[in-house]
Design a protein around this ligand. Structure first.
Ligand code: SF4
Length: 346
């Protein structure tokens, strides 16, 4: 069984695809637009999905604020029965990503998401093999057939999202070997507690973190130094721009700082204005110390450290992350090398 070395999105793939880049730059610098808004589309099961018309209103409000990337989250966003329509609506004025556990991926769904204009799918993975206790459910091996489907059919970018914890630390090299067979990139996040503070640390975690950036499949270098310092037990100072460059829209449609600080900002999205964006750009959140919400850290860098941002971008270019499809980038063993013996059941 072969996986194509190139997949349909290759011709127009860059690592973080940016829709209308010049317009996006203007929105970022002149209008001080949010870089990302995470939008909850469902909580856990399909009985709690948010109605399409409600989501459409929320997406329109995010478009009004000029958000560059709308990240659809859940629960499991692919459980939403009209997810492709949600993507198509959001795609009209923003680029769209989905974060999923991947288990509902099918050929039909991929085709629908291709047609809807999805830019990016992030597949979350917490461990390599199945966990007998079923405590960890987002494991790589049962997902391999789904990843193969994505490699064959997806016109959007696919990133694998790994959380650094005990399981991934121990299995990292093995995971990397599995992932090398696919033309996908990886992002690594740090395990955090329910208030956003980093929950892992020490030399063994730092070694894996370094390996990810130096010899792995990293898609972003923005948070490399910050994460390394957190793992050493340091508390680097930074200004969190949540509520400004980053928005988290919960299931009732209220803007929150982030998933770990729900209830503090709590402003209905329909009432959120550019004045709110400006105010929150200057507000100290008080929970920055030890914060491991790397998605917020990344989006805050544009204001906090534009030179470091430019440097990280150049590192990405020098490592071959940007500008070429994953299957052609240095260090990538193409998925065509996957053999039936190594992939039972695919
Ligand atoms: S510092 Fe910002 S991102 Fe981190 S927990 Fe606080 S509000 Fe959330």
């Amino acid at each position: 069984m072969d996986i194509p070395a190139r997949y349909p999105g290759d011709a127009r793939t860059i690592a973080m695809r940016i829709k209308n880049p010049l317009q996006a730059l203007g929105r970022l610098l002149y209008n001080r637009a949010p870089i990302e808004a995470q939008l909850i589309v469902t909580r856990r099961c399909n009985l709690s999905e948010i109605p399409f018309d409600t989501l459409r209103e929320r997406i329109d409000a995010l478009h009004q604020l000029g958000v560059l990337n709308i990240a659809l989250l859940g629960g499991e966003p692919l459980l939403h029965r009209r997810i492709a329509e949600v993507v198509a609506h959001a795609d009209r004025q923003a680029q769209v990503s989905i974060t999923t556990n991947g288990f509902l991926i099918s050929d039909r769904l991929i085709e629908d998401l291709n047609a809807a204009g999805l830019a990016n799918m992030q597949v979350s993975i917490d461990a390599l093999g199945t966990d007998a206790s079923r405590y960890i459910q987002k494991t790589l091996k049962p997902l391999l057939p789904k990843l193969k489907r994505l490699a064959e059919r997806a016109a959007f970018d696919v990133h694998l999202n790994v959380v650094l914890c005990d399981e991934t630390r121990e299995q990292f090299e093995e995971m990397l070997a599995e992932l090398r067979r696919f033309p996908f990139w990886m992002s690594m996040n740090l395990l955090h507690d329910d208030r956003g503070r980093v929950k892992v640390g020490g030399p063994s975690f730092e070694a894996v973190w370094n390996r990810h950036y130096e010899g792995g499949r990293a898609i972003s270098y923005l948070e490399r130094d910050y994460g390394r310092r957190l793992l050493r037990g340091e508390h680097p100072r930074w200004r969190c721009r949540a509520g400004s460059r980053f928005l988290y829209v919960d299931e009732v449609g209220h803007v929150q700082y982030c998933s770990a600080q729900r209830g503090r900002l709590d402003i209905p999205l329909a009432e959120y204005t550019k004045m709110d964006l400006r105010r929150e750009s200057r507000t100290d959140k008080g929970c920055e110390e030890g914060c491991a919400m790397l998605c917020v850290y990344r989006t805050s860098l544009l204001d906090n450290a534009p030179i470091a941002l430019a440097r990280s971008f150049l590192v990405g270019v020098s490592k071959g992350v940007l500008g070429r499809p994953a299957a052609e980038r240095p260090g990538t063993v193409t998925a065509a090398s996957l053999t039936p013996e190594r992939s039972p059941g695919l």
